[in-house]
Design a protein around this ligand. Structure first.
Ligand code: CUA
Length: 325
């Protein structure tokens, strides 16, 4: 829509038009007042110039009306920036429920992506148009920042926690992906691209790369090899740790009386620092896995824990395991 303005990147997501609208409003208000103030300064300098060498200006008494106006009008204008911007920010920082999930791990100096069906990519991310895509992001070393100008999104990727961001692409094509946080010597080379495809082409691409294990399956194997299952048995065996079925996204009662929502960040913390938020009714017996599991393995373990909640076991009617005869 604004391709005639130089340096404005292509607009290729559902939200990019809204971000542009706010940006042009800000620019418009700024230009308007810059011109207005410049004009008024020039006009007054000429109109009220000193005409004789010993001229003494007429004394001016203050005006409450004028002072109120030049306080209230800028306040209203500034609040319009704030309300509009905050609305956009909240909408864009709350990923929708049914989004396609992609795990992103940043490291010096590359981007690693993994789809929930297992496909891995480096510095290239394939996504379909017309689907909401949620990025679940973390870093292996320092702070990076995912910046996709065509989608108008930019989010820090921080070691030690998960941040998320979502978008819905609207136009097939290839778009720049930048790291927007100075992260060391090769920061400027930490770039990539997002390939947006029509859904059939995307499905072809996915199935053409399907030889990789999904994170949830890899996580299940890790869960066995790390010995997690002996305490957190999938169907309650073990019993020394809480069962993990249905835990993801639920509210967990903690030993200290508080409640916490079991999101990605909570599960990650409970693996690395198990005593931080101990579940009510269980002792502080779990060892830390800090330094034992990598960021990617954490992603896999979390994907596995998630998969334990998305199964039909959460439906009110149990599976017809024993039909009455
Ligand atoms: Cu990563 Cu800059």
């Amino acid at each position: 829509m604004q391709s005639w303005i130089p340096f404005v990147p292509e607009s290729a997501s559902t939200e990019s038009g809204n971000v542009d609208a706010l940006y042009f409003y800000l620019s418009g208000v700024t230009v308007f007042f810059t011109l207005l103030i410049g004009f008024v300064i020039t006009f007054f300098a000429i109109r009220y110039r000193r005409r004789t060498p010993y001229e003494i200006p007429r004394p001016i008494a203050g005006s409450h009306t004028l002072e109120s106006l030049w306080s209230v009008i800028p306040f209203v204008i500034a609040m319009s920036f704030f309300v509009w911007g905050a609305g956009l920010y909240f909408r864009n920082s709350r990923p929708p429920e049914n989004a396609l999930e992609v795990y992103v791990v940043g490291k010096q100096w590359m981007w690693k992506f993994q789809h929930s069906t297992g496909q891995r990519e480096i510095n290239v991310l394939h996504v379909p148009i017309g689907r909401k895509v949620k990025l679940i992001m973390t870093s292996e070393d320092v702070i990076h920042d995912v910046f996709i100008p065509a989608f108008r999104i930019k989010t820090d990727v921080v070691p030690g926690r998960y941040s998320s961001q979502w978008f819905e692409a609207t136009k097939p094509g290839e778009y720049h992906l930048f790291c927007a946080e100075y992260c060391g010597m090769n920061h400027s080379l930490m770039t990539g691209k997002v390939v947006v495809m029509e859904p059939p082409a995307f499905n072809d691409w996915l199935s053409g790369n399907a030889n990789q294990q999904s994170p949830a399956v890899a996580g299940q194997q890790l869960f066995q090899t790390l010995g997690c299952a002996s305490c957190h048995g999938a169907s309650g065996e073990g019993g020394r740790g809480p069962s993990l079925i249905g835990v993801f996204n639920s509210n967990v009662q903690l030993a200290n009386g508080q409640t916490v929502r079991a999101d990605e960040g909570y599960i990650r913390e409970s693996i690395l620092n198990p005593q931080a938020k101990l579940v009510s009714g269980f002792g502080p017996i779990m060892p830390t896995f800090q330094g034992i599991v990598s960021e990617e393995q954490l992603v896999q373990l979390i994907a596995y824990v998630k998969s334990l909640s998305s199964q039909p076991s959460s439906s009110p009617t149990p599976a017809p395991r024993a039909p009455a005869k």
